[in-house]
Design a protein around this ligand. Structure first.
Ligand code: 6PG
Length: 472
């Protein structure tokens, strides 16, 4: 039988979609799944693509079915299952074969796996895949890390299945070992911030203006025509417009306000802290999800304090304009933080992450795809020294136009008693970032007062101590 070009293990939602995508692009693919019967049903359901699918009932069969050097994609739950799968697969593969982990792995695991496999002659690619089920099936954004040589060997298949932005594939090699999974992790954390800010705007409309889901949906839909054009705004409009089959009510109104998370947001925040890069809007978004999950405690606190949310009196038309522009400003600050974390990670991890390429491959296919990413790609591409988006001339102009609206909505929300943690963190970050003289002179003085830590003077170099009148 004709050998397959590539293999895939794990026919869950994402794995099945990726396998069909690969087959559809003309590549013969061998598939294996832990629940073995799934491989046959998968082929049976593949319709006209079935001819290019080789169902394998064991890992040995899978290895046998692929033409060496064999690339094998693993799409299983991140964590221990990946290690178990790699351990089992190692027995079947030989030097030169490439294992590709396409799950949402923690990049530290990816670095470890890369090093472990390198010693055995197997290549390892840690590959972030974004776009959910639809993306995987019809064109995801693909962020790969590993050796450039291994990437070159699978590039044709991976670029063929990726999303395209004006004909350009949204798939790229981003650097050694964990680079791809790190970038995917940051992608997800930006996704957290983007979603949290959209939810905060929804909160202002719902609780501050008393609008129903059906009234809010067209507002978001209208924003997709402007500079907020993005997948997340588009789906916000769609979900707000959808009805619950059981009650006939807007479905968002019957969904419990407790958000899940699988870890990528948290990992990003930990990494940002380790690297010493402020990512406050992202941190606020991750914390907001945690707080959302504490439903019982929140209800008890509401009992203790009362809800105390007041209606916003600002004229609706003017407020809507501020909400649109303020969300844009908040979003720019959050993206600036995400990119700054990637810029900061480049050196210590030895990745040299290409920010313009990352912005380019996020323009289509992934969950945070948006019109603005094209402008980000251009901004980073124009000046390699730009590591903070807030300093790119296009974004300086946009922020100058939009930050007064962000300020307005944060103020209005605070007065009304509405929480906007990500938007207000974004505003505070922006204000602190552009403050040439801040207030940490006082912190330095206090540190010196109680701990003799010393401080720098504005007029004389070196370390100094203050006239505190006690032994420091
Ligand atoms: C994507 C998504 C995808 C998934 C996340 C959600 O890029 O396609 O980010 O990876 O939706 O795992 O993460 P949480 O469950 O943590 O929200």
């Amino acid at each position: 039988m004709e050998k397959a070009e590539i293999g895939l293990i794990g026919l869950g939602t994402m794995g099945s979609s990726l396998a069909l995508n690969i087959a559809e692009k003309g590549h013969r693919i061998a598939v294996f799944n832990r629940t073995v019967s799934r491989v046959d049903t998968f082929k049976a359901e593949a319709g006209p693509l079935a001819d290019r699918i080789v169902p394998c009932h064991s890992l040995a069969e899978l290895a046998e079915a692929i033409r060496p050097p064999r690339p094998v994609i693993i799409m299983v739950v991140a964590g221990k299952p990946v290690d178990e799968q790699i351990a089992a697969l190692r027995e079947m593969l030989s030097a030169g074969d490439i294992v590709i982990d396409a799950g949402n792995a923690n990049f530290h695991d990816t670095v470890r796996r890369f090093n472990e496999l390198e010693g055995s002659g197997l290549a390892f690619i840690g590959m972030g895949v974004s776009g959910g089920k639809e993306g995987a099936r019809h064109g995801p954004s693909i962020m790969a890390g590993g050796t450039e040589e291994s990437w070159r060997r699978v590039e044709n298949v991976l670029t063929a299945i990726s999303a395209k932005f004006k004909g350009e594939p949204c798939a790229a090699w981003l650097g050694p070992d964990g680079a791809g999974h790190f970038v995917k992790t940051i992608h997800n954390s930006i996704e957290y911030a983007d979603m949290q800010m959209i939810a905060e705007i929804y909160g202002i409309l719902r609780d501050g203006l008393g609008m129903g889901a059906k009234e809010i949906a067209p507002i978001f839909a209208g924003w997709t025509e402007g500079r907020l054009n993005s997948y997340l705004i588009e789906i916000a409009a769609r979900v707000l417009g959808a009805d619950d089959a059981k009650t006939g009510e807007p479905v968002v109104d019957i969904i419990l306000d407790r958000a899940g998370q699988k870890g990528t947001g948290k990992w990003s925040v930990i990494e940002a802290q380790q690297l010493g890069i402020p990512a406050t809007a992202i941190e606020a978004a991750v914390a907001a999800r945690v707080l959302s999950s504490m439903k019982g405690e929140r209800l008890a606190a509401e009992n203790a304090y009362g809800r105390n949310v007041s209606r916003i009196s600002e004229p609706k038309k003017a407020l809507l304009k501020h909400l649109e522009l303020g969300l844009l400003a908040g979003k720019i600050a959050a993206y600036a933080q995400g990119f700054a974390v990637m810029a900061g990670a480049s050196k210590p991890f030895g990745w040299n992450l290409p920010l313009p390429t990352i912005a380019r491959i996020w323009r289509a296919g992934c969950i945070i795809r948006s019109q603005m990413l094209d402008q980000m790609a251009e901004a980073f591409g124009k000046d390699a020294a730009t590591t903070n988006l807030l300093m790119a001339p296009t974004f300086v102009r946009m922020m100058n136009e939009a930050h007064p609206s962000l300020r307005r909505i944060v103020a209005v929300a605070a007065e009304a008693g509405l929480p906007v943690p990500a938007l207000s963190s974004a505003l505070a970050y922006f204000d602190a970032y552009r403050q040439g003289r801040g207030t940490s002179n006082l912190i330095q003085a206090q540190r010196d007062f109680f701990g003799a830590h010393g401080f720098e003077r504005i007029d004389t170099p070196g370390a100094h101590h203050g006239p505190w009148g006690h032994d420091q």
